[in-house]
Ligand binder design. Structure first.
Ligand code: NI
Length: 187
């Protein structure tokens, strides 16, 4: 296993659509996934997509911890999950705003609208089919990671770029999102 270099916003690999994986059980997929997991854990990320390590293939890995879960059905902790050739389908038309960060956009956080509920399908590295319904933070993580496979970074999904901020400033000057969006934030 090896730590891989993480591509940062501006590198063309992050703008290009990734290629479908013909055989999810191939040895190169297993090696790439092992290195992606090691790289994600070393960097303290929630998820990582193959293009972020300069490998333009439709593979993502993520893990959903308990800290940001909502009480929506489907928003539950997820053990380390590997998705090959994932496909997302929105369930309903509700959207929610929430903070996101990205290993390819270091030091920043942004508020991004995402589908509140989704269904996703993919293959595992053993070739088995994965199908899940997700909501809330779990759904947000999957949408963020799968966007990488289509060359999309979260700032492109943002609708209010006043909410693209440095993590350090956000820690010094926390934003009450509900008050901000209502236009009531004091200065
Ligand atoms: Ni990302």
């Amino acid at each position: 296993m090896a730590l891989l270099k993480i591509a940062r916003m501006g590198h063309p690999v992050l703008r290009a659509p990734a290629k479908t994986v013909d055989d999810p059980t191939a040895p190169w997929v297993r090696r790439l996934v092992a290195d992606m997991i090691e790289t994600m854990e070393d960097a303290g990320g929630t998820g990582i997509a193959a293009p972020q390590v300069h490998a333009a293939h439709r593979i993502v890995v993520f893990r959903v911890g308990g800290e940001r879960l909502s009480d929506l059905p489907g928003d539950v902790e997820q053990e380390l999950t590997i998705l090959v050739n994932p496909v997302i389908e929105p369930v309903g038309d509700q959207r929610a705003l929430g903070w996101e960060g990205c290993l390819s956009v270091p030091g920043l956080r942004g508020v991004v609208p995402r589908h509140l509920r989704i269904r996703y399908r993919a293959l595992g590295v053993d070739g088995s089919a994965i199908e899940r319904e997700a909501a809330g933070f779990h759904a947000r993580v999957v949408q963020h990671e799968c966007d990488h496979l289509d060359g999309i970074l979260y700032p492109q999904r943002m609708t209010d770029h006043r909410l693209l901020v440095f993590v350090e400033e956000l820690q010094r000057h926390p934003i009450d999102l509900a008050a901000f969006l209502a236009g009531e934030e004091g200065i």
